[in-house]
Design a protein around this ligand. Sequence first.
Ligand code: ATP
Ligand code: ZN
Length: 290
Amino acid sequence: MVQNESSLRIAIQKGGRLSEKSQTLLENIGLEFDSYKNRILTPCRNYDVELLLIRDDDIPEYVRDGICELGIVGHNVTAESGVQVERLRGLGFGRCRVSVAVPKNSGFDSVDKLDRCRIATSYPALTRKFFQEKGLEVAIIEISGAVEIAPTLNVADAIVDVVSTGGTLKTNGLTELEIILESEAEIIQTRRPVPDHKQELIDKFMMRIGARQQAERSRYIMMNAPSDAVETICGIIPALKSPTVLPLAENEMVAIHSVIPTMHFWEVMEDLKSAGASGIVILPIENMIV
Ligand code: ATP
Ligand code: ZN
């Protein structure tokens, strides 16, 4: 596809925790790119879009300024930047939280106890806002990496940092006290005016993302059952509102096909078997347009 001034531009993280999943998401909605390696701007072969690969911290500003119309970035980064952009959709990956953590056995059993303490963080804006809203005065020590070591070095009494499993905190003898912000990767859009043809590209792009997310939350289920068990089976899976029921060559048996929420399946599998279902097959769905 010929790239020109009017291609839609999407910023994603160049190298880091969100890079691979952002690229996979774009590939899963049918976008084909040449190599991402060593390129800042990567054109797409089959959609009028180009990718800008940059540090995640720069993404909110690039989107705010309209250098890119869209960006894929952690909500923690957007929130910390404080920039005004439109959040279009959470993406369900890169989940983490920004939390206050303190050394174990420090005696800090609530954030109120941190009044007049020193807090090390790479999230000064979120930290300031959090403590101000609680009416607590703290000294913020801004550190760009390895924040978790600050209490051991006696640089700070507590930290505010990104936590996912809590493993890093544990290794450093820290314990999580309070969550400031829940985060996942999100798609943001510039609030600058976007020409109609680009807005159309954005709408189509978001429709594809929606279809992919819906598909990921759903499974195609097939099973065989005695025909007189259909009603019971539909009662077990409320989502099976109007399943496809096909007669089988075997007497009084039918095949039941439907789409159900993934989680539902594991909850009801035993009940389906008790109701007489057999040969239960569950398949992933690639895309789903509802
Ligand atoms: P960059 O070089 O682009 O500035 P970075 O070092 O700031 O990268 P990464 O560590 O790659 O950032 O994390 C990117 C994003 O992944 C975070 O902003 C956050 O949204 C998300 N994330 C998920 N789990 C974690 C985690 N355990 N620690 C840090 N970030 C996490
Ligand atoms: Zn970063």
